[in-house]
Design a protein around this ligand. Sequence first.
Ligand SMILES: Cc1cc2nc3c(=O)[nH]c(=O)nc-3n(C[C@H](O)[C@H](O)[C@H](O)COP(=O)(O)OP(=O)(O)OC[C@H]3O[C@@H](n4cnc5c(N)ncnc54)[C@H](O)[C@@H]3O)c2cc1C
Length: 354
Amino acid sequence: MKVIIGGAGITGLAVGAYLEKKEIDYKIFERSDNISNSTTAIQLASNCRFVLRELNLLDDIKQLSIEQSSLNVYSEDRHITNISVTNSSKEGTLFIRRKDLLSTIASLIPTDKISYSSTIENISSTEHSVDVGINNKQLRSDLFVGSLGQQSLAPSDLTKTNTIACWGISNTNESIFQEFNNFLFSGLNLVTYPLTYDQTAFTLVFDSTKHQVPINEITLEVLNLITKNKFISLFDSSAPLITKHIYTSKKNTWGSKRIINIGDAAHTLTPHLAQGGAQGLIDAAFLNLNINNENIHDCFYKRNQLLNTLRSEANANKFRYQLGQPFKLLRNIYLKLHNPNYSWLFDSKYELKH
Ligand SMILES: Cc1cc2nc3c(=O)[nH]c(=O)nc-3n(C[C@H](O)[C@H](O)[C@H](O)COP(=O)(O)OP(=O)(O)OC[C@H]3O[C@@H](n4cnc5c(N)ncnc54)[C@H](O)[C@@H]3O)c2cc1C
């Protein structure tokens, strides 16, 4: 079997690493000229730990990560509750720089198996093979794995939300930032987590209808302003921000015939549950299990229930995290009395855990 993988993001690289192990003939085509040099970081939730273990990467990833077993929830700067983020094996969330995650997965893939500066221009499939146009040349394979991210989705499958996200890495090492935190404000929430070398990663997510700042005018000063100057030490020692409008997909689009889409190309989620990268890794593991199945799309339909639940839970979190008065008071009381239990998520593998 010959496989073409489109895109060398988290998902495409993980597929390559599995196929390398299986000794299946494959090649990855990536339009940029290198593995992403992203200056952001990522949370690897405990439900995707099994993928790192299957790829024998867990020890390497752990060396580059900080692990936490619970999330502190604050309303503004008042502590409300602690939510467990462990799975039933007591494994927590790992926090890692994206470039470290990508280069660790890529270390399993021989360099001649990734072709950079290679743009996939068109894909057409019959029941038996697929033709892929790359840099004006046509290549044929038995399977095309589309891990091209959300930009590859048809506009009708994407929804632009009113959310803007800002990512950064800061040099602050204040003790509060040595933990995993979610600070809830009206119309925005700020997630912070520790990284190795005493750095702190943050993601500030805000509702652009409530905090009306044009995306190209968001500076660290603006973040101080909208968080009421409560995080000056965090923002003032941060590297330049990355800012982005957030999209979500309407449904899961697994492809057809000899094309299988996975990762963000199949299901773009908003960041309010921090599961997009984790689910891309899990898709890669699931593809590895089912790659020889003629009805590969039917296999992936089994993932729909979990992904649909994640999509609606992320949307609900967006609403819950950013409530204003008087509803935020009720939310805080609810959180204090009823500690949310996410074992349905952190113990899930490919499907929803009932
Ligand atoms: C604010 C925010 C915070 C997040 N935080 C987390 C988190 O903490 N934990 C988590 O699990 N997830 C998180 N996510 C989600 C996560 O970043 C994504 O789900 C994940 O990066 C998707 O990986 P992917 O490989 O599927 O797609 P991508 O990372 O988009 O990779 C696609 C690749 O395909 C390449 N490509 C695209 N088009 C072409 C083409 N035509 N030809 C060739 N190559 C092409 C691109 O250059 C890219 O390298 C977050 C997302 C956001 C927006």
